[in-house]
Write a protein that binds this ligand. Structure first.
Ligand SMILES: *Cc1c(COP(=O)(O)O)cnc(C)c1O
Length: 388
């Protein structure tokens, strides 16, 4: 497998053929200079890269320890790191001669990013979303439709992300010739985990260059939140061989690691197969894939990218967790202290960053990956958090 004991292609039949077709195409285009030029040009002119590396002076002084820098993925077009990947895969789909993009979405962020690029590339777009999620995220459903995508409401089972994935796979299997399935994180069968990491690794490459420009050296620590794990792999990958840079992934411990309401897959999961890959998975008492909980829907996933399971197994990355209430606290803290409203997912990384900054001395440097902006979370938070 690609990542020692983790990864693989646990799919069969027509889907396996389709996955192999993508693998062959990606193996060619990842070394194709014209493809890479086009991809990087879009990152620059459409996504808005490079994103800023911001020295959080107020936060640093307030906490009194290590110097904190924020990697501002929240400033990308559509408000998160997701477009880095979606642009890359949609470009690949176009090169493969596909006319239509399909994707599943939980809260709608990946759906909106996919619909955005479908509009840009003039491709058809179909987004599968659980009915319950459609009701919770009506604004994102409207956005996708505004962008020209068709949103398919999935009404079986729990009517959320897991069923949306299954429905998208069936739809894909029926239209393999002209349709590309665009996966939103470093998950799924090979080549998706590797390919999505390659499209996100620009984050870490920029961090390395930017921090060396201002500080003349690498950071001591890079911290990122982990749902499927794409923003974290993107931030970490460039530093994996720099052994003096500590890498810290932060999962969601929801209402607590001792409850059943969390999404801390690496901390509490076991080795298993989910969505075509061998990785760590959260399993319930009945031996089924567990239902997860996090205040941030982007971290609410019972699996994790196989490369993270590998990096954990060789102890190269340390995985910790932050609870709902810690994320909420970090969310309001950053808003107040720096005037930056983070995504609730990113607030998990911030919560860990705050702890580490207090612990480390002033000559240390921490980079926190701010994976997205908080606009999407305001409506929800405003119902729960009193601001005076
Ligand atoms: C989707 C999302 C995540 C979680 O996905 P990863 O693949 O783990 O990065 C994190 N932050 C934001 C802002 C997101 O939109």
């Amino acid at each position: 497998m690609e990542f020692k004991d983790f990864g693989g292609q646990f799919v069969a039949g027509k889907i396996l053929d389709a996955v192999k077709e993508i693998e062959t195409a990606y193996n060619f285009y990842k070394n194709d200079q014209l493809f890479l030029i086009e991809y990087h040009n879009l990152l620059k002119t459409y996504v808005g890269r490079p994103s800023l590396l911001y020295y959080a002076k107020n936060m640093t002084e307030d906490l009194g320890g290590a110097k904190i820098y924020l990697k501002r993925e929240d400033l990308n077009h559509t408000g998160s790191h997701k477009l880095n990947n979606v642009i890359g895969q949609a470009l690949l789909a176009k090169k493969m001669g596909k006319k239509k993009l399909i994707a599943e979405t939980g809260a709608g962020q990946h759906g909106v990013a996919t619909a955005t690029v479908a509009a840009l590339f003039n491709m058809e777009c179909e987004i599968y979303m659980g009915k319950v999620d459609c009701e919770k995220q009506a604004l994102n459903v409207y956005k996708m439709e505004l962008l020209g995508a068709k949103v398919v409401q999935v009404t079986n089972g729990t009517q959320s992300l897991k069923e949306a994935v299954d429905a998208a796979l069936v739809a894909w299997a029926n239209h393999l010739d002209d349709t590309y399935y665009l996966i939103g994180s470093v998950v799924g069968p090979h080549p998706f985990p590797t390919m999505v990491r390659d499209f996100q690794k620009v984050i870490g490459q920029e961090i390395k260059q930017q921090i060396n420009e201002v500080e003349g050296r690498n950071p001591d620590m890079v911290i990122a939140c982990v749902g499927g794990g794409s923003n974290a792999m993107g931030a970490f990958y460039e530093f994996v061989n720099d052994k003096d840079v500590m890498l810290v992934g932060v999962e969601a411990s929801g209402k607590g690691l001792d409850t059943n309401e969390h999404a801390a897959t690496l901390t509490k999961g076991q080795i298993g197969v989910i969505h075509g890959m061998k990785t760590k998975v959260l399993i319930n008492e009945r031996g089924e894939i567990a239902e997860t909980h996090s205040i941030s829907s982007g971290l609410d996933y019972p699996g994790v990218g196989p490369e993270h399971a590998f990096l954990e197994s060789i102890a190269r990355v340390k995985y910790v967790s932050a609870a709902d209430n810690e994320a909420l606290e970090a969310f309001t803290y950053l808003s107040r202290v720096e005037g930056i409203i983070p995504a609730l997912e990113s607030a998990h990384a911030l919560a860990e960053g705050i702890k580490q900054a207090k612990r480390l001395s002033k000559d240390k440097i921490i980079v926190i990956n701010l994976s997205g902006r908080g606009d999407k979370d305001i409506d929800y938070i405003s119902k729960y958090v009193k601001v005076k």
